[in-house]
Design a protein around this ligand. Structure first.
Ligand SMILES: Nc1ncnc2c1ncn2[C@@H]1O[C@H](COP(=O)(O)OP(=O)(O)OP(=O)(O)O)[C@@H](O)[C@H]1O
Ligand SMILES: [Mg+2]
Length: 259
């Protein structure tokens, strides 16, 4: 499992991006981090990926302390970040870092799972934004990570493409069932994908609320259970935006409607 213990991050300019964040992710659990701008979501993800160092506290993945990039941790960013001089299949196998028939089969399988079986020989520039992000997801899954980190991977896409990518993501997740930490601004997205949502609050960045999302899968968006969970999560977010911060000044106005 993943254990995040009293994690704090203060940047060189004195910004306290995270303060005393403690949370655990259970085996195969999908967890969403949601919250207003600047509450430390990306900072937390970068620490989990070993791309930056915490000021205090610890991250333990199956008992191993994460302080630098780890082969068992995969990441998908907001933009696909494909290598333009490699084909689609080469981009996916780049994540795998080895060659041979077994590697080729795994790349082909991952591309098939994201609906791009016929596109392995194409160049990234010839794909749509949604297709490129599907390649990035295949590249992250092909290494069979124990922990997959997603930093708003669907936010640049239209609602229809986004919903179809959710299906592709869940299809790949179901095979090896890694732990997933998903950063999102999108409440229905968190409800569609996550087992638990953590609502964060800024100044300093911290966990403000935890909401269990125990709906059965697959999750139809028009079901009453989906609507209830969505309403509950919006309400928690509104509370986190309205509440005064620790320094005593008021938080951002909820009317900012940043989501
Ligand atoms: N390299 C940095 N140096 C100094 N301050 C930083 C740095 N990176 C982030 N911050 C600050 O740390 C806080 C948290 O930033 P972070 O990017 O983690 O927030 P976020 O929750 O991902 O926001 P958003 O939803 O806008 O992406 C913010 O106040 C931000 O300005
Ligand atoms: Mg961010």
């Amino acid at each position: 499992m993943l254990a995040i213990e009293r994690l704090s991050k203060t940047y060189a300019d004195g910004t306290v991006a995270l303060s005393g964040v403690t949370l655990g992710v259970r085996p195969s659990e999908i967890v969403a981090l949601i919250g207003g701008s600047g509450c430390g979501k990306t900072t937390l993800l970068r620490l989990l990926a070993g791309l930056d160092e915490a000021t205090d506290g610890a991250i333990l993945l199956d008992g191993t302390r994460i302080t630098e990039p780890h082969p068992s941790v995969g990441i998908v960013f907001q933009e696909p970040r494909l290598l333009p001089w490699l084909t689609v299949a080469q981009n996916v196998s780049f994540g795998l870092g080895r060659r041979g028939p077994e590697a080729r089969d795994r790349v082909a399988h991952a591309l098939e799972k994201v609906g791009l079986a016929e596109h392995g020989g194409r160049w990234p520039k010839d794909l749509s934004g949604g297709q490129q992000q599907r390649v990035a997801i295949a590249r992250a899954f092909v290494t069979e990570p124990k922990l997959l980190l997603l930093d708003e991977p669907f936010s640049a896409l239209d609602a229809f493409t986004r919903a179809s990518l959710h299906e592709h993501l869940l299809g790949l997740w179901a095979e090896k069932r890694p732990m997933v930490v998903l950063v999102t601004h999108d409440v229905p997205e968190a409800v569609a994908l996550a087992d638990r949502a953590f609502v964060m609050r800024p100044r300093p960045g911290r966990i403000d609320d935890e909401i269990a999302l125990t709906l059965a899968r697959p999750r139809g968006r028009s079901s009453p259970a989906f609507e209830n969970a969505t309403r509950q999560l919006y309400a928690s977010l509104d509370r986190s935006l309205k509440a005064p911060d620790k320094a005593g000044s008021r938080g951002a106005e909820p009317t900012a409607l940043w989501w």
